[in-house]
Design a binder for this molecule. Structure first.
Ligand SMILES: Nc1nc2c(ncn2[C@@H]2O[C@H](COP(=O)(O)OP(=O)(O)O)[C@@H](O)[C@H]2O)c(=O)[nH]1
Ligand SMILES: [Mg+2]
Length: 338
């Protein structure tokens, strides 16, 4: 989602601005001096325009640090020093204003001058000032480029997306069930804290897109066993989760005791905001202990999967947050039926 943020290269911006503006053509017939003056003024204007457009391209594609998405901002806070990124972006805005101010002042002076040498000198003064304004940004640019590296790793999902989060110990069948639930093959989205990324699929409830995510290595372990980075990664998921699907394995082959699994459930619940929870017992095709849950399934054989989908859909439809979300997205559905 943020991949379109360009990498800033000051030399490139300067070269582009000055070389393109040197190709100005004019068809209007003027005296030689007037043509010269016209072109020099155009160079001053056009190069400023090119420079500022390049800077705006970065600013506009950066997540807004004022009213941006809470999940994205939380991620940015974890991954980079967002307070300093804010300052760097502000410095860029100031540079844009300085360039524009310089341009308008020098343009005015150029209009008053006739002597071609003086005009050329003013044009070169403008170029010099533009360059030095840009060069004074070099530290900010370096910081912004570094922050960009982190930002492009943020999964393309936001707080506004209604999201079902899968949790449970490793091997209980989270990924198996996720792929049964979603209409599209789950994609692996990058998640900077895990080497594996997160599994992300979508399905539809009442014409609305719902995301389902499985976070390998994160919501599958007691919180106390997690390192600092993983804790932060979990804290970011809090902003996404609308429903928690917790999967138990009660089969004889289970790697964890039932008590451990309930304790992980409590642990996971306490890390998320107050969201509806669906308890699922998987692997009932194997000899297993019957647990007190909402759905008993075999993701492998498909037993109970349709019932699980119906149950989950019902939970989602009863969720006030989903109603609000539907109202929010109703007008901006991407796929038009026409
Ligand atoms: N017998 C049986 N095996 C299952 C079932 N669901 C998943 N598995 C197997 O359990 C293993 C772990 O499943 P996976 O979905 O990767 O678990 P995750 O680690 O929680 O994502 C895989 O070998 C699956 O084939 C089930 O309902 N019955
Ligand atoms: Mg998995």
């Amino acid at each position: 989602m943020y991949k379109q943020i360009p990498i800033i290269n000051i030399d490139e911006i300067i070269n582009k601005a000055f070389s393109r503006s040197s190709n100005i053509v004019t068809r209007k017939r003027r005296s030689r001096n007037a043509t010269f003056k016209f072109k020099e003024i155009e160079k001053v204007n056009m190069s400023a325009k090119i420079i500022n457009a390049s800077l705006y391209k970065v600013l506009n594609r950066f997540p807004s640090l004022i009213d941006g998405d809470p999940f994205t901002l939380h991620m940015l806070d974890i991954l980079a020093d967002s307070a300093s990124v804010r300052k760097d972006l502000l410095a860029m805005r100031r540079a844009i204003s300085s360039i524009e101010l310089t341009r308008s002042r020098i343009e005015k002076r150029m209009h008053k001058v006739r002597d071609t040498d003086e005009i050329a000198a003013l044009r070169s003064e403008a170029y010099g000032k533009y360059s030095s304004i840009l060069r004074s940004l070099s530290q900010n640019v370096e910081n912004i480029n570094n922050a960009r590296q982190h930002i492009i790793e943020i999964p393309p999902i936001t707080t506004k997306d209604y999201t079902v989060v899968f949790a449970g110990f490793p091997n209980v069948g989270k990924t198996s069930l996720l792929s049964k639930l979603t209409s599209t093959k789950p994609a692996i989205a990058p998640y900077p804290f895990t080497t594996t990324g997160i599994n992300m699929g979508t399905f539809t409830v009442k014409y609305q897109r719902v995301y389902a995510i499985d976070t390998p290595g994160l919501l599958d372990r007691p919180f106390s066993d997690r390192n600092e980075v993983e804790r932060k990664a979990v804290s970011a998921i809090k902003y996404l989760a609308n429903v928690l699907v917790f999967i138990f394995d009660g089969s004889v082959s289970r790697g964890y005791t039932i008590e451990e699994q309930y304790s992980l459930l409590e642990d996971t619940k306490s890390r998320l905001q107050d969201v509806p929870i669906v308890l699922v017992q998987n692997k009932i095709d194997m000899e297993s202990e019957e647990l007190d849950v909402d759905c008993r399934i075999s993701a492998k054989l498909g037993t109970g999967v349709e019932e699980f989908k119906a149950y989950l859909t019902d939970v989602i439809l009863k969720d006030e947050a989903f109603e609000e979300y539907s109202e929010l997205t109703f007008e901006c559905e991407e796929e038009s039926p026409y």
